[in-house]
Design a protein around this ligand. Structure first.
Ligand code: OAD
Length: 244
């Protein structure tokens, strides 16, 4: 019988004692959360320069907060899908496991993943521009927002996410790289692989001789770089990779 890419990927995963996973917006697509690129992607209808840079926030914090509160509402109503759940199972069965996500939606944690690092922050967290405190921040009850969110110290709060032009949390990146370079398998799922530094992970893994598996709806710039590339929905494919 012909060995399929799913068989090859499953085999690599079953034999690995240590598994690293990188996820992007595609893993939450089946939960109803829009991705960023592609036909229905957020960046088709919204401008990164108006909404996702420190300058955008400085110029129009009300507009930026409105957009983040809108996204928070969508995410609050979403549920983790079978792809998130498959990653929880993967963690339970691996001796060593690390999940690095570019997603700010918190769905991996809600699904039950434990060893998760959020590279781009979390949409339900805010950070004070004055005192630097971080706190949980939920959208106001009504969509008619009046005042900008403020910290108890009086400082203006901003979403605690990484915007374009900002550096990612160095401690998280360092921990992820340390794990990655010692792992046996790296699974890259639901990311277009164009935003750095996450985009460098397949290349680093390949350089280290780590077995790499991509799961994505369509071929990406990563597809030719990995050992096994599988196209389809993550919610269908990831559970298949874990079962014989
Ligand atoms: P993108 O929107 O760039 O890419 C999503 C990827 O998921 C695409 O390659 C899709 O083909 C794939 N996809 C969509 N639905 C899928 C499904 N059901 N199953 C499997 N794959 C699916 O999202 P990211 O790569 O995560 O950063 O984007 C990276 C960063 O760019 C984001 O974290 C965000 C954005 O700008 C910031 O906001 C800083």
């Amino acid at each position: 019988m012909e060995t399929t890419n799913i068989d090859r990927a499953r085999d690599l995963i079953i034999r690995a004692r240590s598994v690293f996973v990188l996820t992007g917006a595609g893993i939450s697509a089946e939960s109803g959360i829009p991705t960023f690129r592609g036909t229905d992607g957020l960046w088709k209808n919204y401008s990164t320069t108006d909404l996702a840079t420190p300058e955008a926030f400085k110029n129009n914090p009300t507009l930026v907060w409105e957009w983040y509160h809108w996204r928070q509402r969508i995410i609050s109503q979403a549920q983790p899908n079978p792809a998130h759940q498959a990653i929880v199972q993967l963690e339970k069965h691996a001796e060593r496991f690390l999940l690095l996500t570019q997603n700010v939606d918190g769905l991996h944690v809600r699904a039950g993943s434990k060893n998760v690092l959020e590279l781009h922050g979390n949409i339900f967290r805010a950070r004070c521009l004055l005192c630097g405190a971080t706190l949980r921040h939920l959208p106001p009850d009504t969509e008619q927002e009046s005042d900008l969110p403020r910290c108890t110290c009086g400082g203006l709060l901003r979403p605690d996410v990484v915007w374009f032009g900002e550096t990612i949390p160095q401690d998280i990146w360092h921990t992820a790289l340390t794990f990655l370079t010692k792992t046996e398998v790296a699974i890259i799922c639901g990311t277009s692989g164009v935003v750095w530094p996450a985009a460098s992970i397949p290349e680093i893994a390949r350089h280290e001789g780590i077995a790499t598996i991509e799961v994505n709806l369509e071929p990406t710039g990563i597809s030719t770089m990995v050992d096994v590339s599988i196209q389809g929905k993550a919610g269908k494919l990831l559970p298949q990779l874990l079962h014989n």
